[in-house]
Design a protein. Structure first.
Length: 272
């Protein structure tokens, strides 16, 4: 039995500002596949519907990953990468266009924007829905992972964190790549892994990692205790409550999201 989880919780700064939760995460599971998603809407002034954008990003991942047949992994790596990137982008844009046709942007949504920001929205309406995107599909022993932006995608193995993607080309500070960019295809990343080489895959937003200040502290103070608790109790209720607590009390005030797939063969001795 796999341990599969997703949870998003609104941060206390957004509650105070009466903003909506910008994060969205989800799980999907059937007899063949397991999917987890974790997406973070930008929440800045011009991203007036980024809370919807993150929801649509999660839906796009699930829709595309649900269409994948095991034979898809017989393709060459570059073919898999290009097909997934194009499919995800097309699906997200289709969902955004459908949402806009149902509910066009109204004047009251633009009252806090200056002329340049309004012009930018008119030239690229998808900007209103700006979001990061991260998702993972487990199909058989194949693990397919897709990512754009600063949402974390971390493998774990024998108590250590495993880099899934090279992050050296990511922007610095609070800048991140986005699904709403005209050149988003260029910055989407795709990887295929053998799940048997990992103990699990963890996706999370920076609202969860930021309070720990470093990856080493995140591993020691969150990842290992979390997995130890799950193994010992065979329950996910503890982590469900903790995500709410770190969002509303213990963290930096940002929205918090966590999704993961953990192997049922995970060894307790590495997570003490």
């Amino acid at each position: 039995m796999l341990y599969v989880f997703s949870k998003s919780s609104i941060g206390y700064s957004h509650i105070k500002e009466k903003k909506k939760c910008q994060d969205f995460s989800a799980t999907y599971k059937d007899t063949e596949r397991t999917i987890v998603t974790c997406c973070d809407g930008h929440g800045g002034k011009k991203y007036i519907r980024s809370h919807i954008g993150s929801h649509m990003a999660s839906n796009a991942i699930i829709n595309v990953f649900n269409s994948i047949h095991p034979s898809f992994f017989r393709l060459k790596d570059n073919e898999i990468e290009n097909k997934i990137k194009l499919s995800i982008l097309c699906e997200w844009n289709k969902l955004i266009e459908g949402q806009m046709s149902y509910k066009s942007i109204k004047k009251h949504e633009l009252v806090n924007l200056d002329e340049d920001e309004i012009l930018a929205l008119k030239s690229n309406p998808a900007t209103a829905y700006g979001t990061t995107l991260t998702g993972a599909l487990l199909l058989g022993n194949k693990l397919l992972v897709v990512k754009i932006g600063d949402t974390e995608c971390i493998g774990i193995k024998r108590g250590e964190l495993v880099d899934i993607f090279d992050s050296s080309d990511e922007p610095a500070a609070n800048v991140t790549y986005s699904m709403c960019q005209d050149d988003a295809f260029k910055y989407l990343k795709v990887k295929v892994l053998d799940f048997r080489d990992l103990d699990g895959i963890i996706l999370c937003t920076d609202g969860l990692t930021s309070p720990y200040q470093s990856y080493d502290n995140f591993k020691k103070s969150f990842i290992k205790p979390m997995i130890n608790k799950i193994i010992n109790t065979n329950s996910l209720s503890y982590i469900d409550e903790f995500i709410d607590d770190i969002a509303t009390n213990l963290g930096v005030g940002d929205d918090v999201s966590l999704s993961f797939i953990l192997s049922d063969n995970i060894s307790k001795k590495y997570y003490k």
